[in-house]
Design a protein around this ligand. Structure first.
Ligand SMILES: [Cu+2]
Length: 259
């Protein structure tokens, strides 16, 4: 079982935001070709720097997909997202195709169970959003599982603050939330695009089971965006807000309760 673990088959038509298509590229009529992926090497990792490699496969033909088979979504072929079970750890990186496999360095400090997702779009217009499990050991003790996420719509990294307005959110209905980015002194953030978007918002329900990745539209004011997002079920969600303020990439964790 060490190698060749295949999982995470996933069907997704382009434009399906709720299930986590990366694209704002929805053509609305993409063919539904299932893709799968296989992690090369063990899914039991040692803490520290890890070279993480995988193949992206056409599930029908088992043909390996290269960078030539994918289009850029937000300036990258593949977005890879990792979080731990407690929803404290978070990484967003971009694997490169090296001729035979996709490869990227991941860095783990904390032990624990992790979920890893890859997202992108094929030239045929198929969005993929595939997950797998990882386990990290020999590092710092795993985060304790939180008693439950609260509704915390404002937070920062010490220099920058991200705030979502307090509107009620209902499951299955598109919420339109204002996202305001400020410096910790209250001045507006100096926002420049990060990977072709005002900000990137990744949302994960408390059980970590799905991943939503959406991009606020720029608002009337340069430090304000409007987020259109549909949460598929009720409960609490972790949100990671990523944006560039004063030329530094910020990652701010927030949380929301969905009715
Ligand atoms: Cu994004």
């Amino acid at each position: 079982m060490r190698n060749w673990i295949l999982s995470g088959m996933f069907l997704l038509s382009s434009g399906a935001i709720a299930s986590g298509g990366h694209g704002d590229h929805g053509g609305g009529h993409s063919p539904k070709v299932p893709l799968s992926w296989e992690i090369l090497g063990s899914q039991d990792l040692q803490a520290g720097m890890v070279r993480f490699e995988f193949r992206l496969l056409d599930a029908k033909t088992s043909q390996s997909l290269s960078d030539q088979d994918l289009v850029d979504t937000h300036e990258k072929k593949i977005h890879l997202l990792v979080y731990d079970k407690s929803l404290n750890e978070f990484q967003h990186v971009h694997p490169e195709f090296n001729g035979s496999r996709w490869s990227v360095d991941l860095s783990f400090v904390k032990n624990g169970d992790y979920k890893v997702w890859i997202q992108g779009q094929t030239k045929a217009g198929v969005d993929f959003n595939l997950s797998n499990n990882l386990k990290v050991s020999d590092g710092e003790p795993a985060w304790p599982l939180p008693p439950g996420l609260k509704d915390i719509r404002s937070g920062g990294d010490g220099d920058s603050v991200a705030t979502l307005n307090n509107q009620k959110i209902s499951n299955g209905q598109m919420a339109m939330l204002d996202l305001v980015l400020t410096q910790s002194n209250g001045q507006p953030s100096e926002v420049t695009p990060y990977l072709g978007a005002f900000a990137h918002v990744v949302a994960v329900p408390e059980d970590g089971s799905t991943l939503i990745h959406v991009h606020p539209m720029e608002g009337a004011v340069p430090n304000k965006g409007m987020l259109h997002v549909t949460f598929p079920k009720s409960g609490a969600y972790r949100l990671w807000i990523q944006f560039i303020d004063r030329n530094v990439l910020r990652t701010v964790p927030l949380s929301v309760k969905v009715n």
